[in-house]
Design a protein around this ligand. Structure first.
Ligand SMILES: N#[N+]C[C@@H]1[C@@H](O)[C@H](O)[C@@H](O)[C@@H]2O[C@H]12
Length: 447
């Protein structure tokens, strides 16, 4: 067997998000979010599930923190529910919402766990959506106002900030593919929103820098790896378009100051234009302290004329799949991280999400999720290989600490290393929890 070892200073953590775990959807002045609306729209979420209760972490966070402490993580990524702070998105602040996050963050710190705070993990205040949501540039300014308040309110307590989680999901998955809130299917709308999200990121970074507060700030794009089916140029180009949707489209503006021309050209062919106002790119392109990478899967891709958005198709060559039917593709993790290093240099990277959906249940008080352990071993091996090749990895946070509300899949898809019974809300540590705990303690594992 091979020993896979990690640098002694790597951070080990876990991640969640507000709408997926908190519940208490109408408690203590919280306003409605687009996911409250979407999840209660018939047919949008499997089994009609919603986040009204979720894991009830709003009331049970002390138990969750005990589980984190036992696990041995030293950093925990969570998100703030924007409508818990600004019930209508701007204007009057909900002090109860601020107090909740103060109590939560204080409890993390008291247990030696550093908070990594995501400001936007998809739960846009419905009141802002009613005024056009991310298509409306006023939402960009509202996000900057919300971010500025959070920076100042939690100065000294939170020192790692993530502006936007997975802008590709917020823009294209939610407004072109349409399976996430608010559920539109309009490529021009989605592309406009992708720009406004990056602008919102940039304006929040500006607020952070202007505040002079201590800490680091970044964003958390997601990416999939596309492997060309052959070395034919048409297959290579088809792959690059598919990956360009995730990588160059959301990285070039931040790290190079402009959108990738090959993607602009392709979108123009599809009748999509990008309206960039003077000064936008300067906001977007300003330096950040780290980038969070969310990686789950990859695919073999080939050219297919006039097929879908990028004239390409995924080819099933028999990769094992998770219970979400996603390819298990750890090689893609290494290749994607290497591509980022080659294209964007030595940006500090936190793996802010990596994990797998396996729906193993509790049997005699135990959850035997060996498939999740195997997934984590494979991907941490790829991560170790990336570190050895010089990729500037600062930490690894698995998705997720808890089984939780998996968006359009509701509670049907389980990503946690801790099982949650959504009837009783009882937490059960899975075998993968114990494996991850030992790996964190050792700083290595036996492949
Ligand atoms: N699906 N899936 C699991 C996971 C989702 O639960 C997170 O909220 C997202 O940031 C990202 O999509 C990844």
């Amino acid at each position: 067997m091979a020993i896979i070892e990690f640098p002694k200073d790597i951070r080990w953590g876990a991640a969640t998000a507000a709408y997926q775990i908190e519940g208490a959807a109408t408690k203590d002045g919280r306003g409605l979010s687009i996911w409250d609306t979407f999840s209660k729209t018939p047919g949008k979420v499997l089994n009609g599930d919603n986040g009204d209760i979720a894991c009830d972490s709003y009331h049970r966070y002390e138990e969750d923190i005990e589980l984190m402490k036992e696990l041995g993580i030293d950093i925990y990524r969570f998100s703030v529910s924007w409508p818990r702070i600004f019930p209508t998105g701007t204007g009057e602040v909900n002090q109860s919402g601020l107090q909740y996050y103060h109590d939560f963050v204080d409890a993390l710190l008291a247990n030696g766990i550093e908070p990594m705070c995501t400001l936007y993990h998809w739960d846009l205040p419905q009141a802002l959506q009613d005024k056009g949501g991310w298509e409306n540039r006023e939402t960009v300014d509202a996000f900057a106002e919300y971010s500025d308040l959070m920076f100042k309110e939690f100065d000294g307590k939170i020192k790692k900030w993530i502006t936007i989680n997975e802008p590709w999901c917020v823009s294209f998955l939610s407004n072109f593919i349409g399976i996430h809130a608010p559920g539109y299917q309009n490529l021009q709308l989605a592309t406009t929103i992708s720009h406004h999200l990056l602008l919102a990121h940039g304006k929040a970074v500006t607020k952070f820098r202007e505040s002079g507060l201590t800490g680091e700030i970044g964003y958390a794009p997601n990416l999939e790896w596309n492997e060309p089916y052959s070395n034919k140029q048409e297959d290579i180009d088809a792959c690059n378009r598919g990956m360009g949707w995730f990588i160059e489209w959301f990285f070039d503006p931040v790290f190079k100051g402009s959108y990738p021309q090959f993607m602009l050209d392709w979108f123009e062919k599809k009748g999509v234009t990008l309206s960039i106002q003077d000064g936008d790119m300067a906001f977007i392109h300003q330096p950040i302290d780290f980038v969070g990478i969310n990686y789950y899967t990859g695919s073999v891709v080939r050219y297919k004329e006039n097929h879908e958005l990028f004239d390409n198709e995924k080819v099933d060559i028999g990769y094992e799949k998770t219970d979400f039917d996603w390819n298990i593709y750890p090689e893609g993790f290494y290749k994607a991280l290497s591509k980022l290093k080659d294209q964007y240099g030595q940006i500090p990277i936190y793996i802010t999400e990596n994990g797998a959906c396996y729906n193993d249940g509790v049997e005699n008080g135990r959850v035997k999720d060996q498939r999740r352990i195997d997934y984590l071993k494979q991907h941490l091996t790829s991560l170790s290989r990336a570190i050895d090749s010089g990729v500037n990895i600062k930490g690894y946070l698995t998705w997720s600490l808890l089984d939780n509300f998996e968006w359009a899949e509701g509670y049907d898809k389980r990503f946690g290393i801790i099982h949650v019974d959504f009837n009783t809300l009882e937490r059960t540590k899975k075998d993968s929890y114990y494996w991850y705990k030992q790996t964190i303690k050792n700083g290595w594992f036996d492949m």
